[in-house]
Design a protein around this ligand. Structure first.
Ligand code: PA5
Length: 431
């Protein structure tokens, strides 16, 4: 991936960062890079995720999915980091896959879950259950519901299920009890950094995607990590986003200009929010989509409070389609163009309009949306986030607020004694 921070510089943007300030920040980037490299070399918790391009074994993943390789549909049951990486990859590469229909059950909205299950051809559907802890209530509940739906339809779910989880826990118990094919979430890899492991790649394998190409793209990005933000696209992004936040851009709007990357913006939002939102620090990620949100959010980005960074992601090449000629003179300019040219013009116009209003924006370019480039994008943004976490000085790889809510939920449902649940009960009583 290429990162262009030109429109975030202090000479053209407000808030912006001056070249001198970037050079000063680069000293901190060098120190942070040393810590990151050390963490990777020692396989420390979190940093280990940046070793995944070399550690993940695509053959092992393909062997695990072999029994369900001919399925027509795949339902993935997982949430947060156990769903968004897989969803990003299969949504981005959908046009290049083998046509397997994919459904992601993360929410536990009963109407929505029921509608999905009723629409699926269960006798030709495989189940991909993913939970690092193996205890997440939403995932376990949805798995039990899916399992029952299969049983009611007379389909043997044990022959159609693959589980990815930790070495122990309730989900691992189910694996052992029913002798299910399973993969293990690698040690030291937090959920939202697990897209390049079995957590994100089982779904891609079932859909026939090129796992080696995804990992090669990530490995190429890993090669660019260096002690200077001026030599490393991922660090240039992480450092710029951090510096702009320090100068007042507390919101980061992620705007891919490709429908296939809409889910990527969701993945990024989790990565950025859950990793950096600590100790009263962090930058609030917002999900948007070009060109659609030009007609809803752009007004605010160009003329609202000067508290935002807009991050564009743009594939340079994509399939195109001509716009048919028309009998109306005023529309003849459209008949001379293609939809791709219109999309490009919209992108250029939006970027220029923000720059003209001195609103900081960064452009991330991919050659195209393919397996290699998706691997590069996911790895690059993970490295950017790890670097930003070092600069903020936060505990990037923990998510205590998420864990608090998980315990409170379990406690409220009678799943154990958790003081977090008492806090909820007390609050309710006071009202
Ligand atoms: O990034 C994280 O750690 C979280 O978003 C988790 O992935 C999410 O809470 C799901 O957890 P688990 O994989 O344990 O079910």
């Amino acid at each position: 991936m290429n990162v262009d921070i030109g429109n975030a510089l202090g000479s053209v943007a407000s808030p912006g960062i001056s070249r001198a300030a970037l050079e000063h920040l680069d000293e901190q980037v060098a120190d942070a890079h040393e810590r990151i490299e050390r963490g990777m070399a020692n396989g420390e918790h979190g940093y280990e995720a940046l070793n995944l391009p070399e550690r993940t074994d695509p053959d092992k993943i393909r062997a695990a999915v072999e029994p369900v390789a001919d399925c027509d549909a795949l339902v993935t049951v997982g949430i947060g980091g156990s769903a968004l990486g897989a969803a990003t990859i299969v949504d981005a590469l959908e046009e290049r896959g083998d046509g397997t229909e994919t459904v992601f059950l993360d929410n536990v909205d009963p109407e929505w879950v029921t509608a999905h299950l009723e629409a699926l051809p269960l006798e030709a559907t495989a189940i991909n259950v993913v939970s690092r802890s193996g205890t997440t209530a939403e995932t376990l509940a949805n798995f039990l519901v899916v399992r029952e739906a299969f049983e009611s339809a007379g389909v043997d779910w044990t022959e159609r299920t693959i589980v990815t989880t930790g070495e122990s826990g309730p989900l691992r118990d189910l694996v052992d009890r029913h002798d299910l094919p399973s993969l293990t979430v690698p040690d030291g890899v937090p959920g939202r950094y697990a897209a390049l492991s079995a957590v994100g790649l089982v779904a891609a394998a079932v859909c026939g995607h090129d796992l080696e190409a995804i990992l090669e793209g990530a490995a190429a990005e890993r090669e660019t990590l260096s002690g200077s933000l001026f030599d490393c696209p991922a660090y240039a992004y992480g450092a710029t986003a951090y510096a702009l936040d320090q100068r007042g851009a507390g919101t980061n709007a992620m705007v891919p200009y490709a429908e296939s990357l809409e889910t990527y913006a969701e993945w990024f939002a989790q990565l950025w929010a859950e990793s950096l939102g600590k100790d009263d620090l962090g930058q609030t990620p917002v999900r948007a989509l070009g060109v659609t949100d030009q007609h809803s959010q752009l007004q605010l980005y160009r003329a609202g409070p000067r508290d935002k960074l807009v991050t564009f992601v743009r594939p340079l090449e994509a399939p195109d389609r001509e716009i048919p000629a028309t009998e109306v003179d005023d529309l003849s300019y459209l008949g001379d163009a293609t939809l791709g040219e219109l999309l490009d013009a919209e992108f250029e116009a939006t970027e220029a309009s923000l720059a003209a209003a001195s609103r900081p924006n960064v452009r991330i370019e991919l050659e195209c949306v393919d397996a290699d480039e998706i691997g590069s994008l996911l790895y690059g943004m993970e490295a950017a986030c790890v670097l930003a976490g070092e600069l903020y000085g936060v505990d990037t790889f923990e998510q205590p607020a998420v864990e608090w809510a998980k315990k409170a939920t379990r406690g409220l449902l009678g799943g154990g004694e958790f003081e977090e649940a008492n806090a909820v009960t007390e609050k309710t009583t006071l009202r």
